[in-house]
Design a protein around this ligand. Structure first.
Ligand SMILES: CC(C)(COP(=O)(O)OP(=O)(O)OC[C@H]1O[C@@H](n2cnc3c(N)ncnc32)[C@H](O)[C@@H]1OP(=O)(O)O)[C@@H](O)C(=O)NCCC(=O)NCCS
Length: 201
């Protein structure tokens, strides 16, 4: 059978969180989260599935997660719940890595307050990734559009997303799905990122 069948796009089941985390780790090199270790990332994704204010959309082809989009209505609340409910175990498992990278953790948690990024919504597309073998087939657009439909269903007026200034594929995808550039920030020293915002129709 060809590998280009249109995957099924739907909310993730809890058992798919690890596969989505794995896709994140393999495909998203610009962030620091994958460097915190697979158990940490898998726990964060499981929390995203469980948290009523967050959700994970997956594209599934023959039982394989080939694309995902992780979202939250309130990033601060998601991180607070993650630290309170999952933090201890996750931190123990990846403590040395977290300690080495603590500065980056703090920079990332506080970036919405960064200078030059005023009036940004709390709601956020946290990550989008598509299996490298399936890129360019429209799967990224499918998962982002499904995520935006879910934000609309929840009544979320504005949603932000952050992409590396040199990540042409991500910037192209977000601009193609209704996001507009809102600010340029330095999330990590020396690395420029673009914050884009999408308003509900
Ligand atoms: C970004 C990513 C999710 C795009 O997924 P994709 O399935 O390949 O994208 P699609 O085929 O759905 O393309 C949708 C739109 O994105 C844009 N796009 C996709 N790849 C692009 C590229 N390399 N350059 C510029 N624009 C691109 C196009 O505007 C395209 O619209 P079109 O179909 O009208 O041409 C994928 O490249 C990926 O997983 N990248 C690594 C992870 C990452 O960087 N994620 C974002 C940071 S969180």
């Amino acid at each position: 059978m060809s590998g280009t069948a249109t995957p099924k796009v739907r909310p993730a089941r809890e058992g798919e969180a690890a596969a989505a985390a794995d896709l994140h780790a393999r495909r998203i090199t610009e962030g620091f989260l994958p460097t915190l270790g697979a158990p940490f990332l898998a726990r964060l994704y499981r929390r995203i599935v469980r948290d009523p204010g967050s959700f994970l959309v997956v594209a599934v082809d023959r039982d394989r997660v080939v694309g995902m989009c992780a979202c939250t209505e309130d990033l601060g609340e998601l991180y607070r719940t993650f630290v309170l409910r999952d933090g201890a175990i996750a931190a123990v498992r990846s403590a040395p890595r977290i300690l080495r990278r603590w500065r980056r953790v703090v920079e990332t948690l506080r970036y919405p307050a960064a200078e030059g990024a005023p009036d940004l919504p709390e709601a956020e597309v946290l990550a989008v990734a598509v299996d490298a073998a399936r890129s360019g087939e429209g799967i990224g657009r499918l998962v982002v559009e499904a995520a935006l439909a879910e934000f609309d269903r929840r009544g979320t007026a504005r949603v932000k997303v952050v992409a590396g200034g040199d990540n042409a594929a991500a910037l192209g995808l977000y601009r193609a799905t209704g996001f507009v550039d809102a600010a340029r920030i330095e999330v990590h020293e020396g690395t420029e990122s673009v914050v884009l915002v999408r308003s509900a129709p």
